[in-house]
Write a protein that binds this ligand. Sequence first.
Ligand code: HEC
Ligand code: HEC
Ligand code: HEC
Ligand code: HEC
Length: 204
Amino acid sequence: MRKRDFVVLWSVLVTFIFFFSISANAVHEETTKAAPKEEVPYDRPVEEIKKYLAPMNKFRIFQVQKVSSCSECHDKDWEVNPQRRELGEPHDETPGKFINHDSENRWCLDCHSAGNRDKLRLINGKLVDFKEYYRICEQCHRRTYREWKMGIHGKRTGYWNGDKEYLHCTQCHNPHNPTFKPLEPMPAPRKPKEIRITTTDNAN
Ligand code: HEC
Ligand code: HEC
Ligand code: HEC
Ligand code: HEC
């Protein structure tokens, strides 16, 4: 008697599991089909904002060294030294040390072309002009880059529907040391009780 009960129960369970797995499969198929509906935030093409970009700052090294391009020193006879090292003149001052920017894992020649010093270099080896420096940043800071193009990150001046100007990433962040120093917290405000002049003070 108990054994028959057991068999009935068992077969009910097996049938249930069978149908459940079929329907689970069906559900799975449906979600797979629905996947392309996922919302992708609008990403503005950089071409749309190029005409609003602020004039770029002059490189400091060109003012200090009185040259107009990197290749005046780094010419075709330049022997590239790819060895990571502390640089001496003129790069001890311009641009200074490369720090606080994942600097343990990369160095100058990850961003500057070794063969053509007047160009920047993408991770895939493609060269870009200095004026398109933001393509360097885009590779790792895609979200911030998108927000900058949308006018959420950074600074815009002018009119929303007229002339305006976008500041460049590099006018706020030094690519060689981008972190801002944390602000010193101000002391907490004093409670009125602590400010109130006491009678003994008054006596003076
Ligand atoms: C006045 C000459 C001069 C100018 C201009 C100059 N450099 Fe250099 N650069 C040097 C010297 C000298 C060294 C080697 C320093 C050392 O080994 O201590 C060097 C080294 C470097 C290195 C290290 C790799 C290597 O080839 O040894 C990089 C990267 C670099 N320069 C980038 C630049 C960039 C980018 C510019 C332009 C924005 C520039 N330099 C402009 C003189 C110059
Ligand atoms: C994260 C990428 C990156 C790395 C790494 C990097 N640079 Fe640069 N560098 C840039 C960008 C971008 C600019 C252009 C900045 C601008 O437009 O103001 C620049 C500008 C410069 C300039 C001109 C700056 C000026 O105002 O005179 C020199 C010189 C230079 N880099 C040398 C170096 C040297 C030397 C190293 C290694 C010690 C190095 N860079 C590492 C991205 C990088
Ligand atoms: C290869 C990847 C890579 C590229 C290219 C790159 N960054 Fe970064 N960046 C990083 C990483 C990783 C950190 C975090 C470094 C750390 O905390 O030491 C960082 C940190 C920063 C920070 C500081 C963030 C903070 O929380 O304070 C700023 C600002 C920044 N990057 C701006 C730039 C700009 C501007 C460019 C283009 C010139 C650029 N980065 C290019 C990887 C990259
Ligand atoms: C008007 C100045 C300005 C411009 C232009 C600007 N930033 Fe920033 N950025 C800031 C400030 C201010 C912060 C906040 C710093 C903090 O909290 O310490 C910041 C924060 C960041 C951070 C830290 C993480 C985050 O998203 O908050 C990254 C990365 C960064 N900026 C990258 C960029 C890149 C890349 C560009 C250009 C595409 C850019 N910034 C343009 C001022 C600027």
